[in-house]
Structure formats: C-alpha cells, structure tokens
Write a protein of this length. Structure first.
Length: 64
C-alpha cells in the first residue's frame, strides 16, 4: 500500500496540468469594456443593486 501511495504521489507531482503551461488568457484580454462600465440598477421591489445586464433582480427575482 505504501508503494502504491508513493507512486500516486509521484504521478501527482509530475502531472501538474495547466500550471506548467503558459497562461493563454492574459489579464488585459479578459477585460470587456462594456462590462467594466456597467451601471447599477436598483430594484424597485427590494432596493438591491443589480448590473444593467440582468433582466431579473438577483435578490427577489422581480423583472427589472
């Protein structure tokens, strides 16, 4: 059992997945100008602030 556990730990260290690869998504590529300038809409029912890109309140579910 110890040998099997040792082998699994060794494989786990070797198989790092994406961490050893170059990050294909750079932070500046991930910023969307439209989303970064999102305005808040206050729900008339409960007063919760929602972004302008949602149709329903995230708190009470009322249509905005």
């Amino acid at each position: 059992k110890r040998q099997l556990l040792s082998n699994l730990e060794k494989e786990n260290k070797e198989d790092t997945g994406f961490s050893s690869r170059e990050n294909i998504f750079q932070k500046e590529d991930m910023v969307d100008e439209d989303i970064s300038e999102a305005e808040d809409i206050t729900c008339p029912n409960c007063g919760t602030k929602n972004t302008k890109f949602v149709a329903y309140c995230k708190n009470c579910g009322k249509e905005l």
